[in-house]
Design a protein around this ligand. Structure first.
Ligand code: SF4
Length: 414
């Protein structure tokens, strides 16, 4: 039996696409290999969002050269964000790679063999469904629009039928994915939107929960907020990257909104969805960011009290506007100091938010079992561990929380 091996780094979108690709191989009689050395087909699913990620992909590509030389019959393919419009250059740089295909594209080299696009074969209880590719925003620091291209939404009917099939085969929770889900459908003839899509999917039998990410403060609509508040399967959780607490820095980042607009959005969300859990992203050390401007970010996070904050130190990505236009003038040690300050304040906030769940009973969707404990998530996306004998992945259980930390909760069946 032939074997395949898929190596993936990067975002949930890459993971979802690798999962699909794995299913495609399995439906054509391939078996998953645990190492590249055991495989007949190797696919690298790349990420370039940070220089460190791109370096890891390049190292991986180089590390596979001897294997390909030893066994020229192995098929080696590269996908993900490293594959942009410069495929000829990639071919020149990596002649040992047989096929290149863009993220989200059905690989043409498999199509010629009559292979069709497919759904994950063994969908997990909580699965990801890409609803669109690409981004039109061109934030100054971000390479994604250059690599993933302009926004291309999948038709609503196609997503809906895919989700129905996944629900039939056991998936209970779906997270809809896109770089900017708030502009879902804008490029389609009948211009559906995310609120409409959620309304349609909320009616899917067997499905218990719906989530979506990532939102953009510039594009998020009241209609979407009200859909989250109204639809019973849509979880009370919103991921809304702010990136900076200074209008001047937001302007340099080309984010297209002000801190005042962001604040107003959060207040509308909290008013309409009282139990909402909020997550955000921030970048520290963007070119020219002064101590006072950094403080504005720090103060905004302290005031907003997010459930989760993903913080990154700015690093220039060649090809982006920021890399072309600005000097990377904040020293690494200073970026680290700012990053640590954000991490520390966020740890304190998350500790306090999660401690409020002590003694409460929460609904958990069981996803997997690890080290003798069941692991699942609440509707607000908090990780919960508990012990139990007769449980199974995909089950919804009520758990009484007995221990909390900034990152997870522990409890027992209620
Ligand atoms: S919205 Fe901005 S940060 Fe997000 S993918 Fe698009 S360009 Fe990148």
């Amino acid at each position: 039996m032939p074997h395949y091996y898929i190596w993936t780094i990067g975002c949930q979108m890459n993971k979802a696409e690798s999962e699909r690709l794995g299913s495609l191989f399995e439906q054509h009689g391939y078996q998953a290999a645990t190492t590249a050395e055991q495989a007949d087909v190797i696919v690298l699913n790349s990420c370039v969002v940070r220089q460190s990620a791109e370096n890891r992909v390049i190292n991986k590509l180089h590390s596979l050269k001897p294997l390909k030389k030893l066994h020229p019959g192995i098929t080696l393919a590269l996908t993900g964000c490293l594959v942009d419009s410069q495929i000829d250059e990639l071919k020149r740089n990596y002649p040992h790679v047989d096929h290149f295909f863009k993220p989200g594209e059905h690989p043409a080299w498999l199509e010629t063999a009559g292979w069709q696009q497919t759904l994950p074969r063994h969908p997990s209880p909580a699965a990801f469904v890409p609803i669109m590719q690409g981004c039109n925003n061109f934030c100054a620091y971000c390479i994604v629009p250059y690599r993933r291209g302009r926004e291309m939404s999948r038709p609503l009917a196609e997503i809906s039928s895919e989700v129905r099939e996944m629900a039939l085969s056991g998936t209970r929770e779906i997270t809809l994915l896109g770089q900017n889900v708030d502009s879902y459908g804008q490029d389609l003839p009948d211009r559906p939107d995310l609120a409409g899509l959620l309304g349609e999917l909320n009616a899917v039998e067997g499905l218990a929960r719906l989530r979506f990410l990532t939102n953009h403060p510039k594009d998020m609509s009241t209609r979407l907020i009200e859909a989250v508040a109204r639809l019973d399967k849509v979880c009370e959780q919103i991921y809304l990257p702010v990136q900076a607490g200074s209008n001047d820095i937001l302007n340099l980042m080309r984010r297209g909104y002000t801190v005042e607009h962001y604040r107003q959005l959060i207040s509308e969300i909290r008013h309409k969805i009282p139990q909402v859990a909020l997550s955000t992203d921030v970048i520290v050390g963007f070119p020219t960011e002064s101590e006072a401007q950094f403080r504005q970010t720090f103060d905004l996070l302290s005031e907003m009290r997010f459930d989760t904050v993903h913080v990154a130190a700015y690093s220039p990505r060649p090809g982006t506007l920021a890399a072309r236009k600005f000097e990377d003038d904040i020293p690494t040690a200073e970026k680290k100091r700012r990053l640590n300050m954000i991490e520390q304040i966020q740890e304190k906030i998350a500790t306090e938010i999660n401690a409020r769940l002590l003694g409460k009973t929460v609904e958990v969707l069981i996803e997997t079992r690890k080290k003798g404990k069941w692991q699942g998530r609440t509707r607000s996306n908090k990780l919960v561990f508990f012990s139990g004998r007769d449980n199974h992945p995909g089950q919804l259980v009520n758990i009484r929380i007995e221990q909390t930390s900034p990152w997870s909760l522990q409890g027992s069946l209620n």
